[in-house]
Write a protein that binds this ligand. Structure first.
Ligand code: BDR
Ligand code: CA
Length: 326
């Protein structure tokens, strides 16, 4: 992404979505034009409220938030209060946001911004891909108008996290994911293979809590619940995956994956045990991943494991910059 490129984030805010948004908002060089919300961690409406809470914290209510799909293309919705809390932000009991979402539906906003910025807009998807798929169905020329799409989702050589085979964002709407991955635009996929290896720990949380920036304390507060859940259900230790923040960092070019071949990727849309599995053709791994004709999906398979420190540093330095601007 070059510094003047506009960015639209589609998300299901969500604890790690909130951390990713704060990470992006902390960089005054990022032209974050709009945020659209989708069901996933919570409902699309609650995700919008949480997004507005984050924007309030960052002093950036000038960025519009639009509500999108509340269920998959098939009409299903499996939310995750057991991971992100009933309010989607770790049951932190935050007051209602003062601002409201825009009335423009998410998919229409995506199409409009792409048409207003032909060949320049970047999309960062951190939730189920229903809004992006709906936008492509609304305007089939959309893939030719968008510069790049970064997606947090999938599991290539790694087990799934909602089923043995599937990662949550893809599992929530496999049909949408397949449509988006086949749409003919340049995509970077950021799967569990890398997001599970970049972890925030209790030490990171303490550092954020001790920071004098209200934003880093907000981040520490919501992270507490996430660490509890990951300790209980995943790692058996007080550490949590950096899913969406890592995808954000890769989208803006601040993290360059050590290994990210361009390969063909498909999604299992059957109703069997592999539903929602991402199937990437990594058979070329022993030959340096020779080019695969027609593929436009770059899959991040390895990063260097140092991202969480950078994330914490950024969030600790954030509020002071934000207050200076205010
Ligand atoms: C993804 O699913 C959601 O719970 C997280 O916010 C992340 O986008 C991880 O599988
Ligand atoms: Ca998410």
């Amino acid at each position: 992404m070059t510094p003047n490129d506009p960015l639209l984030v589609d998300c299901d805010t969500g604890i790690d979505d909130a951390l990713a948004l704060l990470y992006l908002l902390a960089d005054p060089g990022i032209d974050l034009r709009a945020i659209t919300t989708v069901f996933g961690n919570t409902s699309a409406e609650i995700a919008a409220s949480n997004t507005l809470r984050v924007l309030e914290h960052a002093g950036r209510l000038d960025i519009p938030t639009a509500i999108g799909a509340d269920s998959s293309l098939r009409g299903t919705a499996q939310l995750a209060p057991h991971v992100h809390g009933d309010d989607g932000l770790g049951n932190t009991g935050l007051p209602c946001p003062v601002a409201s979402p825009t009335t423009e539906p998410a998919a229409e906003l995506i199409v409009r911004l792409a048409r207003e910025n032909p060949g320049r807009l970047h999309l960062l998807a951190m939730g189920p891909l229903t809004n992006l798929a709906t936008a492509v169905l609304l305007d089939p020329e959309l893939p030719g108008l968008v510069k790049h799409v970064t997606i947090m989702g999938g599991a290539v050589h790694h087990p799934g996290n909602v089923t043995p085979a599937a990662e949550a964002n893809i599992a929530n709407d496999p049909e949408a994911a397949r449509l988006v991955l086949r749409a003919g635009w340049d995509v970077t996929l950021v799967p569990l293979d890398v997001t599970m290896t970049e972890v925030l720990t209790e030490d990171h949380r303490r550092r954020m809590l001790a920071g004098d920036a209200p934003t880093s304390r907000f981040a520490a507060e919501i992270l507490e619940h996430y660490l509890d859940v990951y300790q209980r259900d995943v790692f058996g230790a007080r550490q949590a995956a950096c899913h969406d923040p890592l995808a954000a960092a890769i989208a803006i070019g601040e993290v360059c994956p050590v290994l990210a071949p361009i390969v063909a990727v498909d999604v299992d849309t059957t109703d069997g045990p592999a539903r929602g599995k991402t199937i990437a053709d990594t058979r070329g791994q022993y030959r340096g991943f020779p080019a695969q004709h027609g593929s436009r999906v770059r899959v991040a398979l390895r990063t260097d494991g140092t991202f969480a420190d950078r994330l914490v540093q950024r969030l600790c330095g954030f509020s002071s910059r934000c207050l200076d601007i205010a």
